[in-house]
Design a protein around this ligand. Sequence first.
Ligand SMILES: [Mg+2]
Length: 269
Amino acid sequence: MNWRHSPLLHSLVNQPRLGLVTDMDGTISPIVDQPDQARVTDRSRQLLHELNSRLTLVAVVSGRAVDDVRQRVDLPDLVYVGNHGLETWDGQQVIPAPEAIHFRPHLDAALDSLRPHQISGMLIEDKGATLSIHYRNTADPAAAAAAFRPQIDRIARDQHLRVFQGRMVFELRPPVEIHKGTVFRRLVEQYHLQAALYIGDDTTDVDALEMAHKLYQEGICQAVGIGVESPDMPSEVAESADVMASGVSDVEALLGWLLQARSASSTCM
Ligand SMILES: [Mg+2]
């Protein structure tokens, strides 16, 4: 169901403590061939800025390093969580999740082991708390992924790390129970949100989309999970989302609607 037709979404707008938690890539910035070319749209940035003064919380949660996502969104007053929750920007500095810090030597060893298997077009990115291996620009991404998978599984096993697969990317992460779902719950609890929206487009967002159901069912928060459609969207996104948005431009429309609805309501924070 498109978000425009969701009575649930429309019923949340008047909740005094309403929060918005959004992913970045593929949600407020179009997917690009080179990860370092990603740009948040001007319209999204403007809307997030205006929403921040009308909502209890506006947070951006990304698989990118937190410094990276913070600089790309470029709004100083938002909350930023990077590396899928392994680091948080507290307004002044990056706070790493304590339980993940001692895995850094394992990531270094994994980097050394990965490099001999790197093929043309493959990008290995060291994000501090995690590693990403992008294969979007290899000659045959599906074949590259299939060939690489046994190698990365072995390296992960050797280094006590976990493998995750996203859109044209493998990730190696410390084996700690921190993901976008636990981040969403932490933010809902920390900011005492009565209602919250989560928007995301990828496999790693499914944890948060599913957490929205749990928060709702447990009576903790009226949470709504919004999936973002795209040509190579993983099917679990649509399966776990309450409602859908049709790409980055439709997310802009949703944010615009939210701002207008929030401005029209008499709700104070
Ligand atoms: Mg994304």
